[in-house]
Design a protein around this ligand. Structure first.
Ligand SMILES: C[S@@+](CC[C@H](N)C(=O)[O-])C[C@H]1O[C@@H](n2cnc3c(N)ncnc32)[C@H](O)[C@@H]1O
Length: 376
């Protein structure tokens, strides 16, 4: 068993690797990506302690990096049921305390979060349980899977044997010659806030409900969870680009009266709800019709990010000073960063950008949380 201090695993949307790498370079200028473990999952040597990278992102959060976790220990695996006994024992030996585990606080709850990026005979749940039982047995700490206060991350992946040696001794240069791949577990201990998400790899999953109108609902649910936005009881919400009505349904579930603007239809299950007013027109037309004022404006319109930003600036007077905006900003395949920067500059004419993240449920877009400038 060995400990290393500076390695981390970074996860982002697989189409945003270049943007996530740029964010890593801004936070840790000497960082080097050592290996793509899977699409959108990178093993990097930060050349500075994990805590320092996490601290930089606590102050200035990244948009495209969805999750990070430290690599404090690396352990070869067999890939079969033997790992379920051997891995907990080798990560946390009975006789000598593992140095990487010294920061574990037994008075705090914990959870083990595993990702299997290579084929194994077991499932993440099996390895989570095996390691969690060992941790609880050794420390007396309680498991809390929903809201853990500290997280043991495990990533199981194929690594060139030479790279595994480099993880053992980070001062050793990485040999240029590739070597045969070895299955191994990369383990680390951190706080949920340091990881940028409470979920393994930032993969924030929601149960599918039979009444669900669209997959887009997950985006709004994730935005509420990640940004921690509270809505006033019986508030008034404006849903721009509402069809077929997934976001409108989520807002109704949260007790909001919804004005749903879209030239397209709403799902028939929504049309008899007297708490929904469907304005069958474009957002531009509704703006010209002297809109009411709202506690919340959401916008999931399929539209160029800059055009959408301009429209949101024009809608600012329709938002109460205490109000919030949640919007998706569509980004082109090429030249995403300039489009994003232009859209953010436009939005800052009327809003404070309180949050900007490419969420797990976003595709070629990011999600923004805005507050009116006048509320600051
Ligand atoms: C991704 S869908 C929205 C899905 C919706 N959030 C849901 O949960 O069901 C995008 C919508 O934007 C609408 N849209 C595009 N341009 C618009 C405009 N200028 N004004 C209003 N709606 C627009 C489209 O008609 C389409 O229904």
């Amino acid at each position: 068993m060995t400990t290393v201090a500076q390695h981390l695993i970074l996860t982002c949307h697989e189409d945003s690797v270049d943007l996530a790498r740029a964010e890593l370079a801004a936070a840790a200028p000497d960082a080097a990506v050592l290996l793509d473990l899977a699409p959108g999952v990178l093993l990097a040597d930060a050349h500075q302690p994990f805590d320092q990278v996490a601290q930089a992102w606590a102050v200035n959060p990244p948009i495209f990096v969805r999750h990070i976790c430290p690599v404090h220990a690396a352990q070869p695996l067999a890939g079969d049921a033997r790992d379920l006994e051997r891995l907990p024992a080798s990560l946390l030996p009975e006789d000598a305390p593992a140095a990487w585990f010294a920061a574990f606080d037994p008075t705090l709850t914990f959870s083990v979060q595993s990702r299997l990026l290579a084929p194994t005979a077991y499932k993440p749940f099996d390895i989570n349980r095996a390691v969690a039982e060992r941790v609880a047995g050794q420390t007396g700490a309680s498991v809390d899977v929903r809201a853990p206060q500290q997280i043991v991350s495990l990533v199981v992946a194929q690594l060139p044997a030479t790279l595994l040696r480099h993880l053992d001794d980070p001062t050793a240069p990485i040999p240029a010659r590739q070597s045969h791949p070895l299955l191994c577990a990369l383990a680390g201990l951190s706080l949920p806030a340091q990881n940028l998400s409470d979920w393994a790899g930032g993969m924030h999953r929601f149960a599918r409900e039979p009444e669900q109108v669209s997959r887009a609902e997950f985006k709004l649910l994730e935005a509420f969870a990640v940004f921690g936005i509270d809505l006033p009881p019986r508030g008034r919400a404006l849903d721009l680009g509402a069809s077929p009505g997934g976001w409108t349904r989520v807002l109704r579930q949260r007790g909001q009266y919804v004005t749903a603007v879209d030239p397209g239809d709403l799902d028939p299950r929504l049309t008899s709800d007297s708490g929904i007013r469907h304005m069958r027109m474009t957002a531009e037309a509704y703006l010209r019709a002297d809109p009411d004022r709202y506690d919340l404006i959401v916008n999931d319109m399929r539209m160029d990010g800059r055009d959408s930003a301009r429209l949101m600036v024009a809608y600012a007077p329709a938002l109460y000073r205490h109000g919030h905006v949640i919007m998706t900003l569509k980004l082109p395949e090429q030249g995403r960063r300039p489009v994003l920067d232009q859209a953010l500059a436009l939005l800052r004419q009327a809003y404070v950008v309180a949050g900007a993240r490419q969420l797990f449920h976003n595709r070629s877009e990011i999600t923004l949380w805005l507050r009116p400038l006048s509320s600051a």
